[in-house]
Write a protein that binds this ligand. Structure first.
Ligand SMILES: [Zn+2]
Length: 352
């Protein structure tokens, strides 16, 4: 049996779940620790679920093709169908939220970046809501999206968060874009993980796309944007956001143990992908701010086409070069865009 790609990214990073567990009492603590454990097992089980057929359909000009399922509080995928494309809204509001937010992500990639679904060939997007018991996470499994209901005390509203759904959707995009998966390390018998610089670039691609999708949907220019992710899923006592692209690692903007870095000089090969992603996130933020206006128009195509050139083991320097090549091709060498991209990668110390 061939080894299947398994996405290894949960919306709420392990470090954050552990922090929630450590600051919780007895039962809640136990439940969150179990969920941490479960995420590792789930990642190890990819092969078993992958026999399910992924349908790629020729749909002409049709952009939207979605199915939302009810996992009914269990962990079997996909579960019972709740809403097919073109069905009227379901009685289940969580399912409708997931359906709508996936639709926004599909439309963004198709209309703004010219990509037809995650595989570029109009693949139907399946999502299972009500995954697990009080499951405080969402994930792209490599084949579909799964969304928990949250534990209510720290994490809520995962399906209702455009940023979270768009982030996970974008993992599907990079999975198909970069052969073998950007930074995905597969060790037989172990769950796949995102490693090194490429793994951090994978995470960053999802954060950058999610930020653009939020801004595009709100019609928001870069000056007005919050540049936060996950600000709409956290209970007040849990924190303000999962990440900030404006100032990675600023705990006053995010959560108490946010350790994201924004300087390549601080990067260590053992860094978690969610930590080191701050470097490329911040580079995108800096370039977008320099250009002003609408990020998805000024910088979106440059970043997207740049990352499309990357290979599975790409470095930050590769990403800098790739985005610079695309900036020069689209806007000209020495253009405002080319200069903005160059100065951003310099500021985070990827370029000398
Ligand atoms: Zn992710």
């Amino acid at each position: 049996m061939s080894v299947k790609y398994g996405c290894v990214c949960f919306a709420v990073p392990k470090k954050m779940l552990r922090h929630f567990a450590n600051t919780s009492q007895d039962e809640d603590r136990e439940m969150l620790m179990e969920q941490l454990q479960h995420s590792s097992q789930l990642r190890g089980q990819r092969g078993a679920a992958s026999s399910r057929k992924v349908v790629a359909t020729k749909r002409g000009a049709k952009i939207l093709h979605r199915q939302v399922f009810d996992a009914q509080g269990r962990t079997f995928l996909p579960g019972k169908i709740l809403r097919d494309e073109d069905d009227p809204p379901s009685h289940d509001q969580i399912a409708n939220q997931a359906y709508d937010n996936i639709g926004i992500a599909l439309q963004f990639f198709a209309n703004v970046l010219g990509r037809d679904s995650v595989d570029g060939k109009g693949m139907r997007i399946d999502a299972s809501v009500h995954y697990g018991y009080s499951f405080a996470n969402a994930m792209w499994t490599g084949e579909q999206m799964l969304v928990g209901d949250g534990d209510g005390k720290h994490v809520t509203n995962l399906a209702g968060s455009l940023g979270i759904i768009a982030h996970e959707f974008s993992h599907g995009i990079s999975q198909h874009m970069v052969k073998g998966g950007l930074g995905v390390v597969q060790v037989p018998g172990q769950p796949p993980t995102l490693k090194g610089e490429a793994g951090a670039l994978n995470e960053s691609f999802s954060d950058v796309c999610a930020s653009m999708i939020k801004q595009w949907h709100a019609g928001e220019e870069v000056q007005a944007a919050s540049w936060l992710l996950g600000e709409d899923i956290l209970a007040p006592q849990a924190g303000k956001a999962i990440r900030s692209l404006k100032d990675p690692g600023n705990t006053r903007m995010t959560w108490p143990e946010d350790d994201q870095i924004k300087d390549y000089k601080r990067f260590k090969i053992t860094d978690d992908a969610h930590k080191a992603s701050g470097i490329a996130n911040h580079a995108f933020y800096l370039a977008a701010m320099k250009l002003g206006g609408r990020s998805w128009e000024t910088l979106g195509p440059v970043w997207f086409k740049g990352f499309d050139r990357l290979r599975a083991r790409a470095t930050f320097l590769d990403a800098a070069h790739a985005t610079l090549i695309v900036a020069a091709t689209l806007h000209g060498k020495g253009s405002e865009t080319h200069e903005a991209v160059k100065s951003a990668w310099k500021k985070v110390n990827v370029l000398a």
